[in-house]
Write a protein that binds this ligand. Structure first.
Ligand code: PMP
Length: 361
């Protein structure tokens, strides 16, 4: 059934405000604007779709050949070895593996608050403990305060950069220095799910820290800029010995389908397509900024494909009213106030958002 196919994680967050049934009933594929899961409606590319089609005849075969090809492509682009990489069906299984291993026996995971809660909430559901560190006044991860929380019981520090849900980034040099120091005491997990949305991801990535030999794990996903959320593909880049540890807690890439691998081989660093997606995303984002400004709302300038802004009404009520108008978005509590996070979609979706929003503001 159609509802059973809905992505459960969207509705699982500890900050969820509508009851599950209400969200699932309303968040189906019939929404005019599906702006609640930071998906990218501009992808996957035509080349990716063609590659998937061509793979179907051979889909009785295990993808023995495709996996090393993709590992090799990523390794060559990032200047690392294939032994530094582990892929899985999305970055979610890798976040779970990190939660399982690094917080074993009651160790802590330190995160920003709010930040992406998948890894720490899974850690908490297992044996781990979650240490939440409030953001700075300008809604960025407070790296100094996070570092101050590191002690002998820390299992890992989770740095989401750009941060979900605030779409803010931390200063690159500051984060590098943080990684250098903190990785001597514990593991630093840098989730770069949205880094492809920065003007120069190569200048901001902490893969440089992995190359420097530090105890840093960088997580990436094809779900965002590549538009592969439904195809499921993500990976980590880290030290080979850490890859081996993750191997014990994952299927070692064997849960990735041949069609997804073929699509990724076709789409990886397909620069013209990626630039086009960025251009469309930025145009929709500028339009959203203008709507918010016109209606007298502030927002946090975004370094990703979503925008967070403070509401003037109850967050739960706002989400429900928008849902009734066919627009799916999410609400958050931040500094005790109600906020909304809107994913950046196609222009028609942003216009549907604007129409509904004007009726409520
Ligand atoms: N990390 C962050 C910061 C995310 O926002 C998401 C998806 N919302 C993920 C990881 C997981 O994405 P996926 O499993 O599709 O790679």
């Amino acid at each position: 059934n159609k509802l059973a196919a809905m992505p459960a994680r969207v509705f699982k967050s500890s900050e969820r405000s509508l009851n599950d049934k209400e969200v699932i009933t309303n968040a189906g594929f019939e929404l005019k604007a599906r702006l609640l899961a930071n998906e990218n409606p501009f992808g996957p590319s035509a080349a990716a779709k063609k590659a998937m089609q061509e793979t179907l005849d051979k889909s009785y075969q295990y993808p023995f050949m495709l996996l090393p090809q993709l590992y090799g492509k990523i390794a060559a682009y990032e200047g690392v070895k294939s032994q530094n990489i582990l892929m899985d069906a999305g970055s979610t299984p890798l976040l779970l593996a990190a939660a399982m291993y690094f917080t074993k026996g009651g160790k802590t995971v330190i995160t920003g608050d709010p930040s992406y809660d998948d890894l720490p909430s899974r850690a908490e559901a297992l044996e781990g403990k979650w240490v939440k560190v409030p953001l700075t006044a300008d809604y960025k991860l407070d790296l100094d305060a996070m570092e101050a929380k590191v002690d002998s019981n820390t299992g890992l520090v989770y740095v989401c950069n750009p941060n979900n849900p605030t779409a803010t980034i931390v200063d690159t040099e500051k984060l590098k220095a943080f990684c250098e120091r903190v990785s001597k005491k514990t593991t630093v997990f840098v989730d770069e799910a949205y880094i492809d949305y920065l003007p120069d991801p190569q200048a901001s990535t902490m893969i440089s820290q992995v190359k420097a030999g530090n105890n840093v794990i960088v997580a990436r996903t094809f779900s965002k800029l590549y538009g592969f959320a439904g195809l499921r593909l993500g990976y980590i880049i880290t030290q080979p010995e850490t890859v081996k540890i993750f191997g014990k807690y994952t299927t070692q890439s064997w849960s990735i389908t041949a069609t997804t691998l073929a699509a990724a081989l076709a789409a990886y660093r397909e620069e013209a397509f990626l630039q086009d997606t960025l251009k469309k995303t930025n145009a929709s984002k500028e339009y959203l900024y203008s709507v918010l400004k016109k209606e007298g709302y502030d927002y946090i300038p975004s370094s990703a494909n979503f925008v967070m802004f403070p509401l003037k009404m109850d967050g739960q009520k706002f989400v429900g009213e928008m849902m009734k108008r066919g627009v799916g978005i999410r609400n958050w509590k931040l500094n005790g106030k109600d906020w909304c996070r809107v994913s950046i979609g196609r222009m028609d979706e942003m216009e549907a958002f604007a129409d509904a929003f004007k009726q409520l503001s």
